[in-house]
Design a binder for this molecule. Structure first.
Ligand code: 6R9
Length: 641
């Protein structure tokens, strides 16, 4: 069962053909130094590197291009001025289609980034400082990232949908003294009180923020705290602000991501390797040609926004569209309206959005022109073949290849994908490894599986875009990624390889669930639930969800004397939402008298997963449970939901 094979003839000169892919892939493995030093020439270096990868996975120590110096803001902005100063760098499409958008040429982007960099400097930001960016999807979010890169500060973007509590945790973890935010944001008709959230976060324990830079966006009344809060429009200046020369291994950014245990990890990326990886992958995967309009619908709060709204496209001198809104406002045809308005050629979005739009029928799509679309991409979660077909047939009218790109926050950029002219597509399979990527499937005992096989997905060789550490906790980095299978990077994903060497990601095999393409640690939701004073214990699992891919299913035991009720059900949902943010809102809460545990007290999540999936026939061995009769009660509770 390898699925339907889709083929489209491509005849653009820039395409990487099947032969070229073979040749380059082989070269990337046989002569990695030469290969990556070549690719590094996509970037301008103040001092060119003479070495590529110097790394070991046991002990874990990863460096790329270590003797080179560069600046990624220079690469994304300044170096384009001579040849493409008048080319559009960013197109801003606002939430409300009636509002004015903006377009910035590379030369305008340059002035604005310099303005932002000067504002940061005036607040006291220096090289190496962490700056937390908590923004709506507006141009200033991109400016803030690039301005940090320009002056050598480390950005930590926190998704604007996260709660004050979640924001505070991320501020404390990297001892951030600076925040860049906006008075507010808007998604659909919903206002997002960003500055109010920042104010609340800054009251929480351990937060050490000294200065907050506030972009005026919604023009809501905003309380400004004397001595701490600074309006962006009052702080900008056009003073000269050169790009700081950075060593390739200097940190570029921290991005927090959920793991299977405990609090989110601050995944840290280094400047040179990340720059080379995003530049190279963007070039090959999207096969961008000058003049094309490229649109990635992600948020800059996620890694996809970092790599494929900001760094990858801009380093390549592309025109990148920044969208503030949502796909269903003012109606379900908004994406296609934006495609038509700006003549979008390349669209990169998530399966969850495709499924949600597919449900609304073809009319919203076919009523729009879309003839500009040349290439379609997906990322974030496995795409089911039905959604793939709809994307390919209806959205792209069988004209535009679909690249299903598998990668992670930790990988910095795309790792598995088809290339538009090199590979046939198989709906539901991400395809083949990108250059320099060496994949291995291993069974639970760590035995390597050859040929057609299904197992745990590992990567055995370092690649330039690889994360270097978890901020402030290198041990955790080693533990999380390199200890399950010693000497290999373990992705946390399950995967199948078919007879043609195509990879099919089957989803997470750890306690991470993927809700609408967003990673959510079940432990995080559990911790939020038990903070509620009526909750004694909670276990959270994922279950199949038509639109979101996976939904959040919670089993909750209450403190003695408390009763489960619809009101409490709703109260707990609101509670989790407040603790983490709307993306963590539980879909189902089942109250139960107890959780299935082994005699040693370990919760048997396997059983909870099966029950949540309504798959009662395959519960496996329940004899080791301390109280086997609990299972029947859990099933009964599930059926009554
Ligand atoms: C880029 C991004 C990473 C996890 C990853 C996997 C899932 C991402 C996928 C995919 C199947 C794809 N994932 N892309 N699964 N096919 N094309 O999403 O990063 O937020 O860190 O999530 O997302 O499970 O391990 P991140």
């Amino acid at each position: 069962m390898n699925g339907f094979v889709q083929r489209i003839e491509q005849n653009r000169e820039t395409h990487c053909s099947a032969e070229e892919y073979q040749h380059l892939y082989r070269r990337s493995l046989e002569q990695p130094d030469a290969f990556w030093l070549d690719q590094a020439q996509r970037l301008d270096w103040f001092e060119a590197p003479t070495k590529a990868g110097e790394w070991s996975f046991d002990p874990v120590d990863i460096r790329w291009f270590a003797d080179g110096t560069l600046n990624l803001c220079h690469n994304a902005v300044d170096r384009h001025l001579a040849e493409r100063g008048d080319t559009t760098a960013l197109i801003f499409e606002p939430d409300d289609p009636a509002d004015d958008g903006r377009k910035l040429t590379y030369s305008e982007l340059h002035s604005e980034v310099v303005g932002m960099a000067n504002a940061l400097k005036a607040m006291g930001v220096r090289k190496g400082d962490r700056v937390t960016i908590y923004m709506p999807m507006i141009v200033e979010g991109v400016l803030a990232m690039l301005a940090c890169a320009r002056i050598g500060a480390v950005h930590s973007v926190v998704f604007g949908g996260f709660s004050p509590e979640a924001l505070a945790g991320r501020l404390v973890d990297c001892e951030s003294r600076f925040v860049v935010t906006a008075d507010g944001g808007k998604r659909g008709t919903k206002p997002i009180p960003l500055k109010t959230n920042v104010d609340a976060a800054l009251e929480l324990e351990g937060v050490t923020v000294e200065k907050v830079l506030v972009v005026r966006h919604t023009a809501e009344d905003t309380a400004m705290k004397e001595g701490r809060d600074v309006w962006y429009h009052e702080a900008v200046s056009d003073a000269d602000c050169p790009c700081e020369p950075m060593k390739a291994e200097d940190p570029l950014f921290i991005l927090y991501t959920s793991g299977s245990t405990g609090k989110p990890k601050g995944v840290l990326h280094a400047t040179g390797g990340y720059g080379v990886w995003t530049a190279t992958t963007f070039h090959y995967v999207f096969d961008y040609e000058p003049g094309e309009i490229y649109w990635c619908t992600a948020d800059i709060g996620w890694v996809t926004g970092h790599s494929y709204i900001v760094y990858g496209p801009l380093i390549n001198g592309a025109t990148s569209l920044v969208f503030e809104g949502v796909p269903n406002y003012p109606d379900h045809g908004r994406l296609w309206d934006v495609v038509d308005k700006h003549g979008v050629n390349i669209l990169y979005t998530a399966p969850t959005a495709i499924r949600a739009l597919m449900r609304e029928g073809n009319g919203f799509v076919t009523s729009r022109d879309r003839s500009s679309l040349r290439l379609l991409g997906t990322v974030g979660e496995p795409i089911n073949p039905e959604a793939w077909r709809w994307y390919f047939d209806v959205v792209g009218e069988e004209r535009a290849p679909v690249v299903d790109t598998w990668w992670q926050t930790e990988t910095g950029g795309v790792m598995i994908t088809t290339l538009p002219a090199a590979h046939d597509m198989k709906p539901g399979s991400a395809g083949k490894p990108f250059f320099g990527v060496v994949l291995e499937l291993v069974d639970n005992d760590g035995e390597v599986l050859d040929g057609e096989a299904a197992g745990n997905l590992c990567i055995t060789q370092s690649w330039p875009g690889q994360a270097r550490t978890v901020y402030g906790d290198h041990d955790r980095f080693v533990q999380t990624y390199f200890s399950t299978y010693r000497g290999k990077y373990f992705t946390g994903d399950g995967c199948r390889r078919d007879e043609d060497g195509y990879y099919w990601i089957t989803g997470r095999v750890d306690d991470v669930i993927n809700v609408s393409g967003h990673r959510m640690g079940t432990a995080e939701v559990e911790s939020a639930l038990v903070l509620h004073d009526k909750v004694a214990e909670a276990a959270v699992v994922g279950y199949p969800h038509d639109i979101k891919g996976q939904g959040i299913y919670c089993y909750v035991t209450l403190n003695a004397g408390e009763e489960g009720s619809d009101a409490l059900h709703d109260e707990l949902r609101v509670h989790v939402r407040k603790e983490i943010g709307p993306i963590a809102t539980p879909d189902h809460i089942q109250f139960t008298g107890g959780l299935p545990k082994t005699r040693s007290g370990k919760i048997m999540r396997r059983i909870l997963r099966k029950i949540a999936e309504n798959d009662f026939g395959a519960l496996g061995d329940t004899s080791t449970l301390a109280d086997p009769s609990l299972v029947d009660r859990l099933i009964e509770g599930r059926q009554n939901r």
